[in-house]
Design a protein around this ligand. Structure first.
Ligand code: SAH
Length: 263
């Protein structure tokens, strides 16, 4: 029962035992943890995780791979497979009793929308460990002043503490991807350190500011915020978006929102 990797499902299977062990060590699964793997494929990670836990869920879109995965996993532990597109899967339906620990060597073409889909279900998520394209991990974890700091950094760090763990070279996969990969850990904030009174306003100003990242904020946000408001904010409008912290963006968003709700 050989399986030919499918390009359209972003199938790059891990085969490097050393890397698989490093990922398991980083996750450090405990017996009672509620692990959910996205895209288990043929089970490279699944088989290494199963013996550590009582039971585990997995969400896989490729129906042809599922019987093979089911068969090969039996000897390692109890696996519940959900044949579903992770982009529309209701993870919260699994996390009613125990918060979820989500893991996955993700198909790189869906990684950003998938992370945004998961950010909407954070109330039932304890943490997330993902293998992603290294470039995406660098953007997720970038701090102000870094060239990779942008919309993705701000919107994900608004909700989570992000930590890049280690790089993984293409040779660890079959077939090897054309890009370098890295493992990232996302831990949702228990309480948000900076609360936006209106999330869509925050999204809008972050998108607008980074859409013209070489312009000063005064220019890029000119239609949204007045000079008086800049004065009240105590943020220098001559800065460029990559120089602002998440807290600064929340301040800007909240002053715009307070004006909108008054009018
Ligand atoms: N975890 C395995 C496979 C990684 S390849 C390993 O490390 O070897 C990516 C996996 O995600 C494949 O099994 C692919 O079929 C699956 N996948 C791709 N798109 C998906 C989606 N939208 N929802 C769920 N699984 C998906």
């Amino acid at each position: 029962m050989e399986h030919h990797p499918r390009k359209r499902f972003g199938q790059h299977f891990l085969h490097d035992g050393h890397i698989i062990q490093k990922i398991v060590d980083a996750i450090a699964p405990q017996k009672e943890d509620h692990l959910v793997e996205i895209g288990p494929g043929l089970g490279a990670l699944t088989h290494a995780l199963l013996p550590h836990v009582t039971t585990m869920d997995a969400v896989e879109i490729d129906r042809d791979i599922i019987p093979k995965l089911k068969d090969s996993s039996k000897q390692y532990g109890q696996l519940v497979i959900h044949e579903h597109d992770a982009l529309t899967f209701a993870f919260s339906s699994l996390g009613k009793d125990y918060p979820l620990r989500i893991v996955g060597n993700l198909p790189y073409n869906i990684s950003t929308p998938l992370i945004f889909h998961l950010l909407e279900q954070l109330h039932c998520i304890k943490d997330m460990h993902f293998m992603l394209q290294k470039e995406v991990v660098d953007r997720l974890s970038a701090q102000p002043g870094n060239k990779n700091y942008g919309r993705l950094s701000v919107m994900v760090q608004y909700f989570c503490v992000v930590k890049k763990l280690f790089n993984v070279a293409p040779g660890a996969f079959t077939p090897p991807p054309q890009v370098d990969s890295a493992i990232v850990r996302l831990i949702p904030h228990k309480d948000l350190p900076h609360v936006a009174t209106n999330l869509s306003t925050l999204r809008k100003i972050v998108t607008t500011a980074f859409g013209q990242r070489r312009k000063t904020l005064r220019k890029s946000l000119s239609g949204l915020i007045t000079p008086d408001q800049w004065d009240a904010l105590n943020i220098n409008p001559q800065l460029r978006p990559e120089q602002l912290s998440v807290a600064d963006f929340v301040l800007i968003s909240n002053i715009i929102d307070s004006l909108q709700s008054r009018s």
